[in-house]
Design a protein around this ligand. Structure first.
Ligand code: ADP
Ligand code: ASP
Ligand code: MG
Length: 401
């Protein structure tokens, strides 16, 4: 079957006029394909649902995922109605109706299986399936959500399951840019990017694609296209590294203000302390990112600094304070006013001097580096959040992006 997947994000489905526009885009493609359209909730809707839940302190629960996933039910129903108005045979489906089966964790469920037989059955009578993004059902029959921004992951999972010809991710910008075009007006659209680069960009803050959607696309070697629902220009192709002819030294700069810095001072400088600290973090499902350890002059005490997601700030504080007797530290401080800035590029693997350029540029702007982490194709630094814009702009300029 000649099928494609088209995913539209929150701003693209924000009202009936935008939904009519999507119905137009889908109509153009339906002549030649069977289509799975994956939708998000209207822009702002999931945030609103989250704020209702916050009032009852409901987190990671049956209730939170049932509420959070409800916005998508509205948009798929409306778009399917708009398509039927245009004479297109369409059916709206929620995640559980496919079913998209996930593991049992709430608010960050992982997809275990997508039943493609059911999709093929629905296509016998319909040309378009309008599928709710961001949701699934676990083996106990409970509704789950895939994590904020997770509709991209639904799109990739369904495209892989049905072996779709294309998976197009329509959004409010024309593709993946050298940095967030909403903070740097000189940012340029990138025509092709490797999965690895996109993975580093997403995981360091470029929310244009959900990180797990890129992981899944890379695993299944599924080419993704990111493009705008407002123009008809070509977007950005995310492809296998081997198909990328020109490898840029630096392809992009990303930032994340979602970080928090944790410093535990005056811990004993002896084997096993780090294992205890990070063991505690793992037990409590807290993801740790950058880690820096300083050993004091006397060789007895050390300080350890690491970063976590801001949403884990309160939990981390409680967990460490409750373990004061085990960890025997002198003081603990947490800081939410930090940001992580990253430069990413495949060419970094073979080219030296990228880090030096980054550190020099930050120094020239009097920006202090609080922590550093690297991978083969990425350098990240932690800085004071107030310097985010100037750091992004000056790095964007110095690497000629
Ligand atoms: P959608 O609702 O369509 O899923 P998102 O808001 O999740 O859209 O993602 C699109 C946004 O990602 C853009 O509006 C842009 O501000 C942001 N963004 C961050 N970094 C980048 C980048 N490097 N390229 C393109 N967009 C980016
Ligand atoms: N509506 C969900 C969210 O806002 C999923 C998505 O948009 O991808 O996070
Ligand atoms: Mg998104």
């Amino acid at each position: 079957m000649n099928t494609i997947v088209m995913k539209f994000g929150g701003t693209s489905v924000a009202n009936n006029e935008k939904l009519r526009n999507i119905a137009e885009i889908v109509t153009r493609e339906v002549k030649n394909h069977k289509i799975v359209v994956v939708l998000s909730a209207m822009a702002g809707e999931t945030n609103k649902l989250q704020s209702y839940l916050d009032e009852f302190g409901s987190k990671n629960s049956i209730e939170s995922d049932l509420v959070l996933t409800s916005g998508e039910q509205v948009t798929i129903g409306l778009l399917s109605a708009a398509l039927k108005n245009k004479g297109i045979k369409s059916i709206p489906l929620l995640g559980w109706q496919v079913p998209i089966i996930t593991d049992e964790s709430y608010e960050k469920a992982k997809i275990l299986k997508v039943d493609n037989n059911r999709i093929e059955k629905y296509f016998k009578e319909n040309d378009v399936i309008v599928l709710a993004g961001f949701q699934g059902i676990n083996i106990n029959g409970k509704i789950t959500s895939l994590g904020r921004g997770g509709s991209d992951t639904t799109a990739v999972a369904i495209a892989s399951a049905i072996d779709a010809q294309r998976c197009d991710i329509y959004t409010d910008v024309e593709g993946v840019f050298t940095t967030d075009p909403n903070i740097e007006k000189n940012a340029k659209k990138i025509s092709k990017l490797s999965f690895e680069e996109m993975l580093e960009m997403s995981s360091t803050g470029a929310k244009v694609l959900h990180t797990r959607s890129v992981e899944l696309a890379m695993k299944n070697n599924l080419t993704l296209q990111v493009l705008s629902s407002l123009t008809q220009n070509t977007g950005t192709l995310i492809i296998d590294e081997e198909d990328l002819i020109e490898k840029e030294i630096v392809s992009g700069v990303s930032y994340s203000k979602n970080e928090a810095k944790v410093t535990i001072s005056g811990i004993l400088d002896k084997p096993g302390i780090s294992a205890k600290i990070f063991g505690l973090m793992a037990e409590n499902n807290i993801n740790v990112d950058m880690i820096v350890q300083n050993i004091s002059q006397d060789g007895i005490f050390a300080n350890i600094t690491f970063t976590i997601n801001q949403k884990d700030h309160d939990l981390t504080k409680t967990v460490i304070e409750n373990s004061e007797k085990i960890l025997e530290y002198k003081s603990l401080s947490l800081d939410k006013n930090v940001a992580k800035i990253s430069v990413i590029g495949m060419g970094m693997m073979s080219q030296s001097g990228v880090a030096e350029k980054m550190f020099k540029t930050l120094a020239k702007n009097a920006i202090n580096i609080l922590a550093i982490s690297t991978s083969e194709i990425k350098i990240s630094v932690l800085i004071d959040e107030k310097h985010t814009n100037i750091a992004v702009k000056s790095l964007h300029e110095v690497y000629n992006l």
